[in-house]
Design a protein around this ligand. Structure first.
Ligand SMILES: [Zn+2]
Length: 486
């Protein structure tokens, strides 16, 4: 049953804005809330409207598809809430200052590290990797959040928030900065079930001796005395830069208020970053800023191996394109496991799953349009997405519908395209990525060998043979591309 609700609000000048929701009141929505360690019914603070804050990337290096997992999750979360009739405002930060190589406020600034590595300014590093991040989002059909806020554009808000926390008596100053005194927040350990008595500072340097508690964290770090940083600002406490955690509290509160619905991030954020965000909220406002804390699992390699570019077991979305793999196959792969479980990623698996995904797209493309949505399947779909985003079940439901002979093909198409508002798999698009036949790939590989042996006659002959079979081979630096001749 759909209920149509209308609210009116007066704005200056006497105009009226009318919002319409088709908010399905009967559908109970549950999410797993890390704050309570259980699935809880989700009800927004303001009826019909949801505010979401998502921890975004640190723009100091390429984001690979493992990093992009968190943003696929938030994209599906936002799409789900919109599908269920909510008006959603999503805010995401870009960390372009303040994150050090160690979570314990020590080590090098990641942005400065990127600048040294590439011989360009930190500002250019930020620009370069912001671009790479947004291109990856586009390739993976991730909608851009309503507000994207780089930390460097909110230094004033961060300073004001630290002043508020200071006024409430939660801070102290030592030689390298102003710190949050975690012992002043009685529930500091609760969110992550930390065992504070076992916590020790890993770095036995002067700073850790000055800190009152090992779990205290920096709010504003002073610039080193004899060194000019590329990124530094004046503050009431001295020249320096904000700590990593303060940006998320400052920017979420700025755009969503000091009490909003959902905060997202990867599970790695639970013990430090989000624990500290909660402490900052308590220090500034006396309460938690977010009602729901929802965390996604991690992407790992084969048998749980760490993913890294140097190990060669992970790729950027752009690299998938170079390998002729549709990046949306990775999006499909994401949908096949639950977001809290994370994913074991191998290129071999992705190639296999890309064939399943291509088959689904081809099947839907071949059906005629003009059908209507099947109510029974749509109800099931709503139930599944409302149950903590049970996406693997949704994928099973999609294939069940594909094979269901009691439903007309055009109705199947209408139903699956409706689901795709959440899934984002471009199932309404006609063109299906052509799979290159193995025999063509074999000829192209033979041609690489012939070229290596400087057997140009054979290489040309193979190029001709490939052409006769309808494909064109284009040479890259260390690779080749095959294209179907139109
Ligand atoms: Zn954050």
């Amino acid at each position: 049953m759909f209920l149509f609700e209308t609210t009116t609000s007066q704005v200056s000048g006497g105009f009226f804005i009318i919002y319409m929701y088709n908010f399905d009141m009967k559908q109970k929505i549950v999410f797993y809330n890390t704050a309570t360690r259980k699935k809880e019914e989700f009800k927004p603070i303001k009826e019909g409207k949801v505010g979401i804050y998502s921890c975004g990337p640190t723009v100091y290096w390429n984001q690979h598809v493992g990093n992009m997992y968190a943003y696929l999750f938030t994209d599906i979360l936002v799409r789900t809430l919109k599908y269920l009739g909510f008006e959603v405002k999503q805010v995401m930060n870009l960390t372009d200052v303040g994150q050090l190589t160690s979570d314990a406020d020590t080590g090098e600034d990641k942005m400065e590290l990127g600048a040294k590595r590439e011989g360009i300014s930190v500002w250019d590093v930020a620009k370069k990797y912001e671009k790479q991040f947004f291109e990856s989002e586009k390739l993976l059909n991730i909608n851009r959040p309503d507000v994207v806020c780089p930390a460097t554009e909110y230094v004033k808000e961060q300073i004001e928030l630290i002043q508020q926390i200071e006024k409430n008596g939660f801070t102290y100053i030592i030689s390298d900065g102003i710190y949050f005194d975690s012992s002043k927040f009685p529930d500091y350990a609760k969110f992550a079930n930390l065992r504070l008595e076992e916590m020790k500072d890993t770095d036995r340097d002067e700073i850790s001796k000055e800190k009152r508690n090992p779990s205290d964290f920096v709010l504003w770090k002073f610039s080193p005395r004899n060194e000019k940083r590329q990124m530094e600002w004046d503050s009431p406490w001295g020249k320096g830069f904000p700590g990593w955690h303060i940006e998320c509290t400052a920017m979420s509160v700025k755009h969503l208020g000091d009490h909003f619905d959902i905060h997202t991030g990867g599970i790695d954020h639970i013990p430090v970053h989000h624990t500290n965000e909660i402490a900052q909220g308590y220090g500034a406002f006396g309460h938690q800023t977010a009602n729901f804390w929802i965390h996604n699992g991690w992407v790992v390699g084969k048998n749980g191996a760490k993913m890294s570019k140097s190990l060669g077991n992970i790729f950027t979305a752009q690299e998938l394109v170079e390998k002729e793999i549709d990046p949306l196959a990775y999006r499909y792969l994401f949908l096949t496991t639950h977001y809290r479980k994370g994913l074991e990623f191998t290129l071999e698996n992705l190639i296999i799953i890309s064939e399943t995904y291509a088959k689904l797209r081809k099947t839907v493309a071949e059906w005629s349009s003009g059908g209507k949505i099947n109510d029974i399947y749509q109800e099931k779909f709503k139930e599944m997405i409302s149950n903590d985003l049970a996406l693997p079940e949704v994928i099973a439901l999609v294939w069940k519908l594909v094979k269901d002979e009691t439903v007309l093909a055009k109705d199947k198409k209408a139903t699956i395209i409706d689901f795709d508002k959440v899934l984002g798999l471009d199932l309404d698009k006609k063109e299906v990525k052509e799979q290159i036949p193995d025999e063509i790939k074999k000829l192209a590989d033979d041609r690489v060998l012939a070229k290596a042996e400087k057997n140009w006659v054979e290489a040309d002959r193979l190029r001709g043979e490939i052409k006769n079979m309808g494909y064109e081979v284009e040479d890259g630096k260390d690779s080749y591309k095959l294209k179907k001749i139109k």
